[in-house]
Each structure stands twice: as C-alpha cells, then as structure tokens.
Design a binder for this molecule. Structure first.
Ligand code: FAD
Length: 539
C-alpha cells in the first residue's frame, strides 16, 4: 500500500484508524455482504461513532468539519477494504451539501445538527426518464398555503432505503424547465414517502441503492433550500465541489487491486518461476503503478484546490474522468495477472473489477457540440455558392444575418432533440456568426477584387454580384470555407469575450450555465476552455 508523503500526522492517524476498523469489522464479511447485497448499517454507524458523523459539515453546525483532502484520504483507505461500505459512509451527508451552499443560517444549524446526531441524508435527483439530463425533472412540488405538496418518483438513490432525510429535486414551475427546479428537504417519516425497488447492482453491492417514491408528501415551505427555481444551479455548484472526493474510493479499489496483483505475481509460479519475474508481467505492474500514482496525485491536487476554495471545473472533470478510466484499467490488468483465477468469484479481483466499473459508468461523456454551428455555417455557405453569388456587406446585414440566426437555431434545436445534448447556440451566438459571415464575405470579396477575380463589394440592396464562372469552382469552395470558418471562430470568440465581460452566458452553453465554471453538464469549448475536458467525462 502506498504511503502518502504529504499527509499530516493527524491524517495519518485517521487513515490508520480507518484501516484498523475496516480490517477487523469489515474484511471478514465483505464477500458475504457482496453476495447478499447487504448494506451493513450497524458497522457503518460504529465507524461513524469514532468521530465521523457529519464528516464534511462545518464544526459550527455540529459536524466533524474535516477538510476535503482528509476526507479524500479517508475514503481511499476505506474503499481499499470495501467500496460499497465507503459509498454508504460517504453518502451520509450527500443531501446536506445544497443546504451548505444555498440554505439559510437557520437551516444550516438545524439540519447540520441532525446529521451530527446520526441522521443519514440522501440526495434524490435521478428519475426513470432522466439521469444525466437532471434538468428534465418530473417530480412536482405544488404550493398549498404554507406547504408544498410533492409527488413523483426517484430512482438509483444511494442510501435510499436507509436514510432519514432526503433532498429532492422538484419542479415548482414546469413551464420554466430547469429554471423551475427547486430543492426540498423531506423527512422519511412524512406520510406519502416510501422506499421502492432495491437495485440489484453489479458492483458496490453492500451499498444500498433504491427507488424513493413521494406520493403527495406535504412539507413546510421552510423545507425549501434556496429560492424557488434556483435548485438546478445549486445542484451544478454542488457537483463541481464534490468531484475530487467522489472518485477517491475508486483509487482505493485500484490500490487494492495493484497490491493483490503484486502479491500474486510473487507467489504464482509459471514455467518454474514466479510470474513476477517475467518481463511482460513487470511491464504490466509498472504501468499500473504509474497510473495509480497519477490518480493519487491528481486527486490530491483537486482536493487541495477545493480546500483553498478554488472550484475549477476543468480540474475536477479531468480528475473524475482520468481516475475512473485509470482505475478500471488497473483493475482489469490486475485481473489479467490473476489469470483464470481473476475470473473466479473465489478470488478478490472479480469483485474489485465490478466495484471499479461503478465509477466508470457514472462518468458522462458529453461531446462538445460545435456540430450545430458547423452545420448551420456550412448550409449557409452552400446557399451562397449554389446561388452563384455573394452578397454585399449591406445585403449580409439585411438578409444573411437573420438567415444564419434561423439556421443556427433550427439546426441547433434539431441536433439537441436528436442527441439530447443541451449545448445550443443562442440567438446571440447566431448574430455573432452572422457578423462573422459578413466579415468573411467582405474580406474574401476584397481579396477577389484585388486579384481581379470579380467584384462583390457593392452598395445597393440589389447588388448581388455574380461570381465569375472561372472562380465559382469546387476549388473556390475549399478556399472560401476555411477562411470563413476562421473569421467565424474569431467572431464567436469576440462575442464570448463581450458576453463574459457583461456577465452573460458564454456561447453554446445550456441556459442553466452557472457562469462561474461550476456547471456540470456542459461540454462547451467556449466556456473559458473549462468544460472542454467534459468531452471525455460525464455529470
Ligand atoms: C450505484 C449508483 C448510485 C447512484 N446514486 C445516485 C444518488 O444517490 N442520487 C441520484 O440522484 N442518482 C444516483 N445515481 C444515478 C446516476 O446519477 C445516473 O445513473 C447518472 O446520472 C446517469 O444517468 P442515466 O443512468 O439515466 O443515464 P443516461 O443519462 O440515460 O445516459 C445513458 C448514456 O448516454 C450518455 N449520455 C447522456 N447524455 C449525454 C450527452 N449529453 N452527451 C454524450 N453522452 C451522453 C451517458 O454517458 C450514458 O453513457 C446512481 C447511479 C448508480 C449506478
């Protein structure tokens, strides 16, 4: 097991305590819990009693108030023994996080105390029809006097069946889409709350995952977190702060897989010698160690940033994505080193691979959607060329800008509906692109005029100037298109700078963009470059 050189003495002691507890109280039962999909609440509570209740709840609100780096080390250490157990432990305060971000002082004090006293608090976002697309929320909360009445069903809820409290995303105004989502605290013992189907999962089977049903559940209005309609934004912020610790257990799983592989390679004989002496196996182990070290370093860096109050979506997303891929790879290589025994339930690798897979499936790989823009631009370009003319600057302003705007919006929407991708160009972006085209056409026209290939700059509204046959060739399309796209890109970049300066949303981002880079669902390459990493990740 690696030693983390940057750990403080306190962190080392806590980690040692966790290993000690897990070794004695968890290791002997891990296989049985995995087989039976049993969530060991008694043991989790016992560990919590050692000082971990409300692990990330600030001390002023009654919690343990540990920093993200320490929690990250603790989760790695715990998952070294069982990732499912770690999931149950970690999710104790999952539902609390929005309260810390958007709740009132009163709420923080009251509900923070509940956690410190031993409540489990789950987060209910996912619904049968929407996981990644968390804004598509069908659970409703309807105001009735001083109360809200909540009706709907959530699925895949970690600790759904063992929690005392739930934070629930509800639509308070369906006409506003994600801007109509609000967050509510719901106690499990309220009439109308019930726990539904238990998810029979592939991995982390000792973690409880269930449906939770809300059937006309009445909650007081003061159970709402933040103002009405701000729930989605709070959620996105929360996710950007939880990524580093979120993937920490996966690294614990990988460390276990590597340790087991090393041990096995020393004892397993093949062709008269331990397989660890074979160069092929040594290469594998070195590769696993390298990847593990990168995961640990990246995790430590991400956690340190959050501890400093720097919520860098790019770093968080890269961490989540890289770690989830590397961990699965390490576990698969370890399984390979175990040969046939790696495939047997009698040996530990089979379970570790299943556990590692969990982190990976939860990583959304959102593609950067430049497609609507590219298609829209291309269509307009073809429109120009098919008609055999180019417009003057004057014509561009009057005709082509609206045309391009409409193209962008129609194609953007169509692509979004087809792929469920929320990244859309706005009318503003369309305008920017129109301006880009205008500039591109003007510049290209000037060049053509210079080289004597034809005049396209004119002053009248009827001045649609014919391109000479000699220039209107496929070759000219190849010359025109990249030039136009380049100018377009410049224009979009300029529009984004203007937007950023005035606090407007960057181009092509969903309209729930948090503007502070904390958005979890956006793959927008224009978002200060931050969400580019999301191309390979998920929210
Ligand atoms: C063990 C476990 C515990 C969980 N715990 C909780 C919990 O406590 N609370 C909670 O609310 N939810 C929880 N979830 C649900 C989890 O958040 C969702 O599974 C996740 O958001 C993905 O949603 P989905 O399963 O509906 O997949 P979908 O959103 O339907 O995605 C299906 C596939 O399409 C891809 N995809 C989707 N959108 C895009 C896009 N725009 N671009 C490219 N690809 C895309 C996805 O990457 C995925 O591969 C849990 C899930 C698991 C497995």
């Amino acid at each position: 097991m690696s030693k983390f050189q940057l750990m403080t003495k306190d962190q080392e002691d806590l980690v040692a305590m966790v290993h000690d507890f897990m070794g004695k109280k968890v290791d002997p039962y891990v296989d049985q819990w995995d087989r039976e999909s049993h969530c060991p609440m008694e043991e989790v509570r016992e560990l919590m009693d050692l000082g971990f209740w409300g692990i990330d709840v600030p001390e002023e609100y009654g919690g343990a108030g540990l920093d993200v780096t320490t929690i990250m080390y603790i989760r790695q250490a715990m998952a070294y023994h069982d990732a499912g157990f770690t999931n149950t432990f970690s999710a104790q305060t999952f539902g609390w996080k929005p309260v810390l971000l958007a709740g009132t002082e009163e709420q923080k004090k009251y509900w923070g105390q509940r956690l410190a006293e031993g409540a489990f608090w789950a987060m209910c976002i996912t619904e049968p029809q929407s996981g990644s697309d968390a804004g598509n929320c069908k659970t409703k909360a309807v105001k009735d006097g001083d109360e809200y009445v909540i009706t709907g069903g959530k699925t895949f809820i970690t600790n759904g069946g063992v929690s005392d409290l739930y934070t629930v995303t509800c639509s308070t105004d369906p006409s506003k889409g994600k801007h109509g989502i609000s967050l509510f605290i719901v106690e499990r013992d309220r009439p109308g709350v019930s726990v539904g189907k238990h998810e029979d999962k592939m991995g982390i089977r000792s973690s409880n995952t269930t449906d939770v049903v809300f059937d006309e559940v009445r909650v007081p209005a003061d159970h709402m977190i933040g103002a009405e309609g701000t729930g989605f934004k709070t959620l996105m912020k929360m996710l950007s702060r939880t990524r580093p610790t979120g993937v920490a257990p996966a690294v614990g799983v990988a460390q276990r897989a590597l340790d087991l592989a090393i041990e096995y390679s020393r004892t397993r004989l093949s062709f008269g010698q331990p397989i660890g002496k074979l160069e092929g196996i040594q290469f594998k182990l070195a590769d696993m160690e390298m990847k593990l070290q990168c995961c640990q370093s990246q995790l430590a860096y991400s956690a340190a940033l959050v501890d400093k109050g720097i919520y860098d979506t790019l770093v968080g997303s890269c961490t989540k994505c890289f770690v989830s891929e590397a961990v699965l790879d390490i576990c698969l290589q370890a399984q390979q080193i175990y040969g046939g025994y790696g495939y047997s339930k009698e040996y530990p690798l089979e379970k570790l691979v299943r556990d590692a897979r969990k982190q990976y499936v939860n990583v959304l790989r959102v593609q950067a959607t430049t497609l609507p823009i590219a298609v829209a631009s291309f269509v307009t370009m073809v429109q120009f060329l098919m008609q055999g003319y180019l417009p003057s600057l004057y014509d561009s302003l009057g005709i082509y800008i609206p045309l391009i705007v409409v193209n962008c919006i129609i194609l953007g929407r169509a692509e979004a509906y087809a792929s469920k991708n929320p990244v859309l160009p706005s009318a503003f972006d369309g305008l920017g692109m129109g301006l880009g085209f205008t500039c591109a056409i003007t510049i290209l026209g000037a060049v053509r005029e210079l080289i004597g290939a034809g005049t396209i700059l004119s002053t009248g509204s009827s001045a649609l100037v014919t391109i000479p046959e000699s220039v209107y060739t496929p070759a000219s399309i190849f010359i025109l298109a990249p030039g136009a796209f380049f100018v377009l890109a410049m224009c979009i970049a300029i529009m984004n700078k203007i937007k950023a300066k005035h606090g407007m949303e960057p181009a092509q981002v969903p309209d729930y963009c948090s503007k502070d880079g904390s958005c979890d669902s956006c793959a927008n390459t224009m978002c200060g470059g931050k969400a580019f990493a999301e191309e390979k990740k998920q929210a």
